[in-house]
Design a protein around this ligand. Structure first.
Ligand SMILES: *Cc1c(COP(=O)(O)O)cnc(C)c1O
Length: 448
């Protein structure tokens, strides 16, 4: 197996100005004068080129990318195979609208989704533009197919920013604050959160806690679906205790409630398998995908049991741009790359390098409350060691130190106290190690 070509960029961290540099500062001033203040940026460094594990900014600084544009550029940024596929498609046609005059690329993506998503059953898919749109459409299918109104979601869930998905998302600030009223018939129950649950609570016990609330406060006969991220993303990279997901899925199956997996962040090799459900031996009835599917182009999908996906009346699903041909070409090239270069294995190798370093850091530093995650989806939860309380200020301090040193890391968590790592799966290992060393140094400096 050969390492995929990372593109033309020198795979090194190199700072030639302070960050942000003068050109980025100029652009930030333009941004303030023209972009809504509601749209913020994590790191005000403007990018000119990117590839492999680096982002090159407009001042000539080369940064280590441990974020992948939020788990999107798993195959690398501007991956040469994706660029070639996109260029070839864009020269043929850019758009027809699949609902007007169809094209083969859409079918090929749906065939890949049927083959790759968990379960050997007969499947159908529909394609959309964003993760939120995929989740909304999964709920449309679930309600239509079951004839039931209610939807159950979990504490710390993140499913998007549209009206329905805001209702599904747990965290008020910034996602929901003053944006209501929200869609009705959404019910929230506790997830399995081993770091904060009562000591020793098993996945089965955490499932029983949630299911008792669903039984008593919603009622299975009212419930269309349970929507869950197999590892929660924005909510804090929360990995449920073993047994939690299978117990929820089994309860659903016994009651005709659909189990909807939101694998928008976890899917497409990120966690070391094609999908995070694979690791848990859970077969969702419907699965929502997006982010890593298309190497940076906007594409999302809902894939599910054929009788559910086909229950919807003709014309009930769709959208002008859903399954755009250029995005489909990018997805097919990305999926081919994942298969040919075993990027699920690459995610496991990233874990094998990063997890021991992060655990060693936690052993030295009591403010690192927990290291968790799977594959190339890893996180540190930062706490006040005296009380165990979340420490968002420390988290911000560490993240700023990483950014100033030219390493792009992201935060997450309901209490904004989790640093998450989502490197491109093709990141050169030397660059990954260097990025982790910068993070380790930032944590130790901030806590000692
Ligand atoms: C990012 C994300 C979404 C929303 O996707 P968008 O493309 O931003 O609409 C939904 N669910 C999960 C788990 C996500 O990580």
């Amino acid at each position: 197996m050969t390492a995929p070509h990372p593109g033309g960029l020198d795979q090194r961290r190199r700072l030639v100005t302070e960050l942000p540099g003068p050109r980025s500062r100029e652009l930030s001033a333009r941004r303030a004068a023209t972009v809504s203040a509601g749209v913020t940026v994590a790191m005000p460094v403007f990018i000119a080129a990117a590839g492999g594990g680096v982002l090159l900014d407009v001042d000539g600084n080369s940064l280590i990318d441990l974020g992948s544009g939020i788990a999107v550029t798993s195959v690398g940024n501007a991956a040469p195979a994706v660029v070639t596929a996109v260029q070839a498609q864009v020269e043929q046609f850019t758009h027809t609208c699949f609902m007007v005059t169809p094209y083969e690329g859409y079918l090929a993506v749906c065939e890949e989704l049927a083959n790759l998503t968990p379960g050997e059953h007969d499947k159908r898919s529909a394609l959309f533009n964003s993760g939120a749109e995929a989740v909304e459409n999964a709920i449309k299918v679930a309600r239509h197919a079951t004839g039931r109104p209610a939807v159950v979601v979990f504490d710390h869930a993140y499913h998007g920013r549209t009206n329905l998905t805001m209702a599904l998302t747990a965290k008020a600030m910034p996602y929901k604050h003053r944006f209501g009223p929200f869609a009705p018939e959404i019910y929230r129950v506790p997830v399995s959160y081993p770091f904060r649950d009562p000591a020793g609570m098993s996945g089965e016990q955490a499932a029983a806690r949630a299911l008792d609330l669903i039984d008593t406060q919603v009622g299975a006969e009212q419930l269309a679906c349970v929507v869950i991220e197999p590892i929660q993303g924005e909510g804090g990279f929360i990995v449920p205790a073993p047994g939690f997901l299978p117990a929820i899925a089994q309860w659903c199956a016994e009651r005709g409630v659909l189990f909807v997996a939101d694998e928008i962040q976890t899917g497409f090799c990120r966690t070391g398998d094609w999908f995070a459900c694979d690791h848990n031996n859970v077969i969702p009835d419907l699965i929502a995908t997006a982010k890593g599917i298309a190497g940076g182009l906007p594409l999302a999908g809902v894939t599910g049991r054929a009788h559910l996906m086909n229950a919807v009346h003709p014309g009930g699903l769709g959208g002008t741009y859903g399954g755009n041909p250029v995005a489909c070409a990018a997805a097919l090239a990305s999926i081919t790359m994942m298969r040919e270069h075993d990027l699920a294995g690459a995610a496991r190798r990233i874990e094998a390098i990063a997890a021991p370093k992060l655990h060693a850091l936690a052993a030295r530093c009591p403010a690192v409350g927990q290291v968790r995650g799977r594959g190339a989806m890893l996180a540190l939860e930062l706490i006040d060691p005296a009380t165990g309380a979340p420490d968002p200020a420390l988290t911000t301090q560490i993240v700023h130190a990483c950014h100033n040193a030219g390493v792009v890391v992201l935060t997450c968590g309901t209490y904004a106290n989790v640093i998450r790592l989502l490197p491109p799966l093709v990141i050169p290992h030397a660059l990954l190690t260097e990025g982790l060393d910068v993070l380790t140094h930032a944590v130790l400096t901030a806590t000692t």
